[in-house]
Design a protein around this ligand. Structure first.
Ligand code: 0T9
Length: 419
């Protein structure tokens, strides 16, 4: 790695203003993958994702209510997705790289193919769409038709620089639904930061808290820390599970505590205390299978599909050809500018393909099930960072409540772009 270009890059992030596209990174830190693709990780580990769908009274193996057993299973899957979302790219001594900045209307569709012998898992369709460019927002949906299971949500990031790290707040949420059970789980997105910038080996560390609110009332609080906080290890978490939000106000009410590393192993014990290292194994990430992601060959892709749209840029990044990278990027950016210009003249807006922008303050949405979940968890439904409560004085000036949501009917009616 060339030290001088790294140093000038560090200088550019020190004066960083929150707009990621303004970061000009040296070629060796560029990833040939669009940030849009990073949402595919919600769909890894089909087996864990669909497991709760078939957990009914008849399979109960202890005295716990089956709803609690299902929340524990959801948490298992959630830990596995944290591992792929935040640690998979740096496995094997790699470091985090700067992804391509998705354009408005960019889509990525694929399938996690069922590789089980008896084909009992079913395929999971991955349906991603860049619904906003400024600020960047991605809509995502993971659809497993065999188990009538849908995870959908959206994600937007805001970043700011501190002395040693790039700090990121996520906006948005995910909702996991087991339709046959009519059960939903609201999942908030944890804050994170990038460590190792000064040494040129950036990696993500999660921080603070995230929450999972089940429509059954059950409620989980996940607390994250890194090296040298309440543990000497990176990617550490503690998750307490309660009967409901109200019970969570006193830690002593925790029904279970799971703790360990979200990128490695975790143990579980009853009650509010961290299980000792001899606790019961909850999840061993090294044993979690992942299904194979099948993406259409680029020649069969539509020009809005990520890998086709970015093909030339990606090739140039792999070759390290800075001139071609910047020429090909400019072509995409100029085309986007021309589109926005035309929309402005025609007083029209880019039509989102599979996602709707829903205003929760409007009359017609007052009985919305998502609003109910936010209320149960005492989480703000305003456009504030994910997991923030209305009592947080930092965001008192925000009062909009518009959220992106997947529209399955639109996707089913899609004529041109298929998984
Ligand atoms: C949603 C995820 C998100 C996106 C990425 C911070 C980050 C962009 C956002 C939050 C996914 O569900 C989960 C995983 C990783 C997150 C990325 C890690 C990262 O480095 C980038 C930021 C924007 C950069 O690329 C900064 C440049 C840096 C790598 C150069 C040293």
């Amino acid at each position: 790695m060339s030290t001088s270009s790294w140093t000038s890059f560090l200088r550019s992030i020190a004066s960083y203003n929150g707009d990621l596209s303004s970061l000009t990174a040296p070629p060796f830190i560029l990833s040939p993958t669009s940030l849009l693709e990073y949402s595919q990780y919600w769909g890894t580990n089909t087996e864990l994702l669909v497991a709760p769908a078939s957990m009914t009274e008849s399979v109960a193996d202890n005295d716990d209510p089956i709803e609690l057993t299902r929340l524990l299973a959801v948490i298992k899957w959630f830990l596995a997705t944290l591992n792929t979302q935040y640690a998979s790219r740096i496995r094997g001594n790699h470091s985090e790289k700067k992804p391509l900045n998705p354009f408005l209307g960019e889509v990525f569709v694929a399938k996690f193919k069922d590789q089980s012998d008896d084909k009992s898992l079913g395929d999971t369709e991955v349906i991603l769409e860049q619904v906003s460019h400024h600020p960047p927002v991605t809509g995502y949906a993971m659809l497993n038709r065999k188990h009538n299971t849908l995870l959908e949500g959206y994600n937007g990031i805001r970043a700011f620089m501190s002395t040693t790290a790039l700090n990121v707040r996520q906006y948005g949420h995910a909702v996991l639904e087991y339709k046959d059970l009519d059960e939903q789980y609201l999942i908030t997105l944890p804050p994170l930061h990038l460590e190792g910038l000064l040494t040129g080996s950036p990696r993500v560390e999660l921080e603070q808290k995230s929450y999972i609110q089940a429509s059954t009332g059950y409620y989980a609080v996940l607390e994250y820390s890194g090296k040298g906080y309440f543990s000497g290890r990176s990617n550490t978490f503690k998750c307490r599970i309660y009967k409901n939000y109200e019970q969570s106000l006193n830690k002593a009410n925790a029904l279970y505590t799971v703790s360990g590393q979200w990128s490695n192993t975790s143990t579980i014990g009853r009650g509010p205390e961290t299980p000792s290292s001899a606790g019961l194994m909850f999840l061993d990430m090294n044993k979690v299978k992942s299904e194979k992601l099948v993406v259409k060959p680029i020649s069969k892709q539509h020009h809005l599909e990520s890998r086709r749209a970015w093909q030339k840029v990606a090739e140039a990044i792999t070759k390290g050809d800075y001139k071609v990278i910047s020429d090909e990027k400019s072509k995409i950016e100029n085309h986007q500018r021309a589109l926005r210009k035309r929309e402005e003249i025609n007083e029209s807006a880019w039509e989102r393909r599979w996602y709707d922008d829903i205003d929760y303050t409007s009359e017609e949405h007052q009985n919305d099930r998502y609003i109910k979940l936010f209320e149960m968890a005492h989480l703000s439904a305003k456009n504030v960072p994910s997991g923030v409560r209305d009592t947080n004085s930092k965001y008192l000036n925000v009062d909009t409540k518009t959220h992106w949501r997947f529209n399955l009917a639109k996707f089913n009616a899609e004529k041109i772009i298929h998984c």
